[in-house]
Design a protein around this ligand. Sequence first.
Ligand SMILES: Cc1ncc(COP(=O)(O)O)c(C=O)c1O
Length: 350
Amino acid sequence: MHPATTAVAAGRPKGTGAPLNHPVVLASNFRGEEGEYARTHGTPTWHGLEAAVGALEGGRALAYSTGMAAASATLFALAPKVLVLPSYSYLGVRALVADLEVQRGIEVRSVDIADTAAVLAALPGADVVWMETPTNPTLDVADLPAIGAAAARAGAAMVVDSTFATPVCARPLEDGATVVLHSGTKAIGGHSDLMIGLTVTADDAVYDRLHHARLVNGCTPGALEAFLALRGVRTLPLRMERMQANAADLAGRLASHPAVAEVRYPGFGAMVSFVVAGGAGAADAACRAVELIVPATSLGGVETTMERRQKYAGDAHVPPGLVRMSVGIEHVDDLWADLGAALDRAAAAG
Ligand SMILES: Cc1ncc(COP(=O)(O)O)c(C=O)c1O
């Protein structure tokens, strides 16, 4: 089935009289003799979401309280001693790994994921290669099939944070990923109203280790969040269609705007990063000048948001004028009227 169909059909209760969707099951405890406890066995609401995301990615999914919880559980489950990590990627994951480096003495090899030869050169002796593609916030893209094949030869597990690609634009398990990870807070939820994380794997032993990691760390999702995230999944392909069309259009218009020095757009997905020619001051002015686009962090919602990233200590390495924009489902002409005018004003002020 096509993703648009899977997203609608997967994860529904079965049987005559069943509701079409799993309700919000507010229960920690279930009747039974095998210790049917939510943290151990999950709940019908989580299972519905997990079934749908698993079907979209082609594996078995687990839901967590946040994307960072999914990342923590994955690192706990795979317990790498030598980890290959993108030098430019989501700052939260890099901060987590920096802590593990100090606390557990793991060896971290930082690589530019767009430089496939450098990634392959870092593989010998590594037990986990962590990919994030496209990366947050510079939108670099990894050659997953090449890296996945080399990781398998080297005996390393490949983890792919596919938050920016979403299950609509990529299926990393087919490229050799051992674990695919999502911050469901972003496009999967899609409405900026929840936090949730997901992992997907096609390896039963890895699934068991991830399940154990969630169980002992207790990083389980909320019932309402799981319900809302599955509601988000139902329209994910539809939203992504509009978001991607808008992103491609805006990337083209930005490229010919005189106040923009560089556009970073991988050709798919809903994220566009651009460097404002006037630097940090002009980029901040543009973020202050937008009226329709929301000046805000996070991404993947129906509403377009943008922010300058170098202001965060963890993103100190990105160009000072780099603005990361998450493109929503509004009409693209309204978005451009707002963004183009904000850039004109920022350029005039600079
Ligand atoms: C690529 C990526 N991975 C993981 C996360 C963490 O997700 P959460 O905020 O749901 O914990 C984020 C959050 O921005 C992200 O952008």
